[in-house]
Design a protein around this ligand. Sequence first.
Ligand code: HEC
Ligand code: HEC
Length: 228
Amino acid sequence: MRKHPSLHEHGPANFGGLLLALCAMGLTTACTDRMDSSDDRFSRSGELIAMSGGEGGARYACGTCHGVRGEGNGFDAPRLAGLPAGYLQKQMEDYATGLRPHEVMRDVARFLDSHERVRVANHYAALPPQALSPVTDETIAAATPRLYARACQQCHGVDGVGTANGPPLNAQPAFYLIQQLQDWQVSKRRNDGNHVMLKVAQELKPEEVRQLSLYLAGIPPRPASPVR
Ligand code: HEC
Ligand code: HEC
């Protein structure tokens, strides 16, 4: 057997258990050297990672929190379906390094190697954009779409569908959007290259953060701009 340092670091019990189970089931190829973890890891598709959580096991299965179709949970876990692959992959890298601090997503990302992060990002990018319908009885002030057009649209596109300079924001849960803007305001999230979002967010008043987030959450999902 070759050595797999990261396997030993992260999930020997889990993977070993799976292997044992496969052996017990008589799937003997799983017991041979040929199907060692690096081969397995290499062949694991983005969809399989989304369903199984990769080496981290079931509790890190993306669908548990992000929905089986990548639609998000309408609360703190954003939709992933239809977001640009490059953006998704960058977030996974940023979670893994801690540049975007989040305990759960840090562990999720660290259980995947860089190939797997690319594959799972491609998987979600290729899914049709969908989201849970937002539930809110709050009125969006007429000034909010105007504020969006003035301060955000240049990078996040008309109706928040995203551009090459900023990810889609439409149909993301309002709670999630508020959280991100607040994280930037206190410089907790600081993974945008030139700190554009830090500056933008710090200029927003609390009521504007809430209004912009509700407004964007209420715009139905649509295909993002083809620029990836
Ligand atoms: C236990 C719940 C949970 C699991 C499992 C989970 N996530 Fe997340 N994910 C979250 C939460 C909560 C956030 C928001 C974190 C934050 O505020 O930064 C998030 C954020 C993200 C983001 C950032 C999206 C954006 O718009 O910036 C990506 C990408 C992501 N997750 C991908 C994945 C992938 C891929 C998997 C599976 C390999 C996964 N997640 C598994 C809860 C989860
Ligand atoms: C100059 C370009 C630019 C402008 C203007 C801008 N953004 Fe952003 N925004 C970005 C970039 C780039 C990112 C992604 C950063 C990263 O890689 O994590 C981002 C990310 C975000 C996110 C996180 C999305 C997610 O899925 O986690 C939110 C929320 C957001 N912006 C809201 C806004 C709002 C609201 C405005 C206007 C008040 C605004 N942005 C203006 C460039 C911009």
